[in-house]
Design a protein around this ligand. Structure first.
Ligand SMILES: Cc1cc2nc3c(=O)[nH]c(=O)nc-3n(C[C@H](O)[C@H](O)[C@H](O)COP(=O)(O)OP(=O)(O)OC[C@H]3O[C@@H](n4cnc5c(N)ncnc54)[C@H](O)[C@@H]3O)c2cc1C
Length: 307
């Protein structure tokens, strides 16, 4: 389903993010998670894209498997890193053939452990990918006459590569104006950062829906990994204090992390958020607790959006 149709309802959207599994055991966990979460009828699920190599095919395969074997509506992530125009066009054609409705267009993380020269990429920034997908949409190769719906990433606390926040907003507005139809944010732990980002977008006449990215903390090691992966993420003292009190008790850490994310979600809903996107880390338990506690209505159109 095209994102314009997904966002059309009055109530906020709920969505989940998965990453492609690398081992048979990880695949088993993921498919169990997908089964667990399918009954919640999210508005869409998204699948991340690796920085290079064989994991990229795993993304395409997982997206198509979700599309063809579940009632879920998968949105693949696509990045500029290590790609030329021909490769991106081939991926878009493949997704169009499978009637995938939307793409999240991203700059992409640099590949770890290999020499990488960004200047050799055909697309230097996500805006270039957005423009390319727009041109693809105009070619009429997608079964929906509107082509792919296009999403982009937003960073409520700022993106580390552009420390000048005014210049960063100029880049961000240009990316949105190039043809983005929705924004999914980086995870954040202080809703004031999200609400302020949303206000700054409004001041810059960015009027597309902004979906909030939420990641429940479920372990101390996971928490430390987030700090590493989402560079620049700010951890409020309130959260740190709560985790410090129970750091030697894994079950309580999980309860505290889930409770914290639940409070964030309640506050976002009170502030008319357009949608909440859960970074699930391929596990369903934390997301299910939050979902059940919030008593979200199931997405009515989930059935219609299946392949
Ligand atoms: C929701 C979400 C999902 C993600 N999924 C993935 C994933 O699946 N795979 C993955 O590899 N990474 C993923 N990431 C990480 C993301 O790719 C990186 O954080 C990347 O560094 C930024 O992506 P972007 O799309 O914002 O890039 P861009 O929009 O290209 O921005 C990157 C930086 O370049 C600057 N910039 C933009 N345009 C210009 C310009 N014209 N001149 C100079 N500077 C400019 C921006 O200000 C910013 O600092 C995700 C991030 C988010 C928030």
């Amino acid at each position: 389903m095209h994102i314009i149709d997904i966002m059309r309802g009055n109530s906020p959207t709920f969505s989940f993010e998965f990453f492609p599994p690398k081992t048979p055991e990880a695949a088993e966990t993921l498919y169990q998670t997908i089964r667990d979460l399918e009954s919640y009828m999210p508005h869409f699920v998204s699948v991340t894209y690796g920085a290079g190599g064989s994991t990229r095919d795993l993304t395409h395969d997982l997206v198509e498997r979700i599309q063809h074997t579940t009632k879920l509506d998968p949105i693949p992530h696509l990045t500029c890193v290590c790609h030329n125009e021909e490769e991106i066009e081939a991926i878009l054609l493949r997704y169009a053939k499978s009637a995938i409705g939307n793409i999240l267009a991203l700059g992409g993380d640099s590949p770890a452990g290999i020499a990488y020269d960004k200047s050799r990429d055909s697309f230097q920034h996500a805006i270039d990918l957005v423009k390319f997908i727009r041109r693809f949409n105009e070619s009429g190769a997608h079964p929906d006459h509107r082509g792919f719906g296009i999403g982009v990433a937003g960073f409520p606390e700022g993106h580390p590569a552009t420390p000048n926040r005014l210049v960063e907003m100029d880049h961000f507005k240009a990316k949105v104006d190039a043809g983005a139809e929705y924004i999914v944010t980086q995870l954040f732990f202080d809703n004031r950062d999200f609400l302020d980002f949303r206000e700054r977008c409004a001041l810059n006449e960015i009027q597309i829906p902004i979906i909030a990215g939420i990641m429940p903390i479920t372990s101390i090691s996971g928490f430390k990994r987030i700090a590493e992966l989402a560079g620049g993420a700010r951890f409020p003292a309130k959260l740190l204090r709560a985790l410090q009190r129970c750091q030697n008790d894994p079950e309580t850490v999980k309860r505290v992390g889930v409770q914290y994310a639940l409070e964030q979600c309640r506050d976002l809903l009170d502030n008319d958020v357009a949608g909440i996107h859960f970074y699930t880390l391929n596990r369903s338990d934390a997301t299910r607790v939050i979902f059940d506690s919030l008593a979200f209505p199931r997405h009515r159109n989930a059935q219609a959006s299946s392949a």
